[in-house]
Ligand binder design. Structure first.
Ligand code: S3P
Length: 448
């Protein structure tokens, strides 16, 4: 695809209401569980971003029937647990780590051979973190050096249940193991020391799987234990997808940084394992009002009202990282405009996202005239109390990473001088209408 450079120019107040896209994590899971269930699953508010469209194509290639009714409204007719069939061709998961890793879990316990690939970003990301634990169910994997895609999966004919303690806090690894366990007899058990997003657990229970969640004591602390009873009958269900808090983060931070702004973000997912950014921005002095808290499809949601605010630097503790792992790039932009120093710790996982986000953020902020310190798993940003300089004379390299692209566009709106990025096309993976929605609020975004 041809690169599409973009520039964000200094913007006055943002005002209005944003209709945010559906949650990416929940959208992937709705299509996958729908394909593994018996009967029909109707999904409302599905994110129609490239990542999720790749998952839809993959589940179709494996035999599920999937149709789009109208924008955001999709139907899935599943094949039942263990009922997927061998794909006739290579499956391309595009840019999506979630799609690829969760699918590897499903394929591991199906008696079929499949080959998964992805774009240059996905092909550089570690897959051994899922293929290693999944091998214990009897599946075989042939991967490139370092466990990278393309990967050939030979799923197990007689899958064994898995028992795995996560070595890194990763909802993708946890979900891959649980999904493999669906087609194994007996109990599959996952232990996590740090709580990660629990959309899989919530949706599995909603579709009829039997799961036990326990708080357990380990020698050196406590952990969460998830025990799934294998070979349940999953029944197709209606799924309503909340607005994605990780997409909400961009208009949210932009509104905070631009004095006089008042922006409403309705129906945003407020899962406690996802809302570390809201907590952090409130600690920084951000005026974020949480209204009308309720449940939608088994997930907590609320409407957010955000007003322009003077922010100050804080230390974000490492234990908060799993609940805002995708939000550090945009938090770093807020830190740049805040008064004083913001210290972010426990960021090792940022190095294996769509890009090495720690390095990309540090490099980009330096290009925009900010003082940053990049540690092995930490980032320190010295805020300028007001508009950061901007005016990068070399475009920010977005490296096929949607969140790097959107974060620096937010910075450009809040800077003294424009900020240009080399390629806005990756934004379509998670937030296809980003530019139009932000322009609707008053953002100065356009071609270079
Ligand atoms: C996701 C989990 C996170 C997150 C990703 C989506 C998911 O990745 O960064 O955007 O849907 O399970 P890890 O599990 O690798 O932390």
């Amino acid at each position: 695809m041809t690169a599409h450079p973009m520039t964000a120019r200094p913007t006055d107040a943002l005002t209005g209401t944003v209709r945010l896209p559906g949650d990416k994590s929940i959208s992937h899971r709705a299509l996958m569980l729908g394909a593994l269930a018996c009967g029909e699953t109707t999904v409302d508010g599905l994110l129609e971003g490239e990542d999720v469209l790749c998952t839809a194509a993959a589940m179709r290639a494996l035999g599920a029937e999937i149709e789009r009714d109208e924008a955001g409204r999709w139907h899935v007719w599943g094949r039942g647990i263990g009922g997927l069939s061998e794909p006739a061709d290579v499956i391309d998961m595009g840019n999506s780590g979630t799609g690829a890793r969760l699918l590897l879990g499903i394929l591991a316990s199906h008696p079929l051979t499949a080959v998964l690939t992805g774009d240059a970003s996905l092909r550089s990301r570690p897959m051994a973190r899922v293929t290693d634990p999944l091998s214990a169910c009897g599946a075989r994997f042939i991967a490139r050096e370092g466990g990278r895609l393309p990967v050939t999966v030979m799923g197990s004919r007689d899958p064994l249940p898995l028992d795995y303690e996560l070595p890194v806090p990763s909802a993708q690894v946890k979900s891959a193991v649980l999904l493999a366990g669906l087609n194994a007899p007996g109990e599959t058990r996952v232990v996590e020391r740090e709580a990660t997003r629990d959309h899989s657990e919530r949706m599995l229970a909603y579709f009829g799987a039997s799961l036990r969640l326990n708080e357990i004591a380990l020698e050196d602390g406590t952990a969460r234990e998830i025990v799934l009873t294998g070979q349940p009958e999953l029944t197709g269900r209606p799924v309503e997808v909340p607005a994605d808090p990780s997409s909400a983060a961009f208009p949210l931070v932009a509104a905070l940084l631009l004095p006089g702004s008042e922006v409403r973000l309705p129906g945003v997912g407020m899962n406690p394992q996802r809302n570390g950014l809201v907590t952090t921005l409130q600690e920084m002095g951000g005026d974020i009002v949480i209204e009308n808290a309720r449940e939608v499809g088994g997930e907590p949601v609320a409407d957010l009202l955000v007003r322009g605010s003077a922010l100050h630097g804080v230390t974000v503790p490492a234990e908060r990282a799993p609940s805002m792992i995708d939000e550090y790039p945009v938090l770093a932009m807020a830190a740049a405009a805040a008064e004083g120093r913001t210290v972010m710790e426990g960021l090792a996982e940022l190095r294996v996202k769509e890009s090495d986000r720690l390095a990309a953020v540090a490099r980009g902020l330096a290009l925009c005239g900010l003082a940053v310190e990049e540690g092995p798993d930490s980032l320190v940003v010295d805020g300028v109390r007001g508009r950061p300089p901007g005016g990068n004379n070399q475009p920010i390299e977005t490296e096929l990473d949607h969140r790097i692209a959107m974060s620096f566009l937010v910075l450009g709106m809040a800077s003294e001088r424009p900020v240009q990025i080399d390629d806005a096309t990756p934004i379509a993976t998670s937030f296809p209408d980003f530019t139009a929605l932000m322009q609707g609020l008053g953002a100065q975004l356009g071609d270079v």
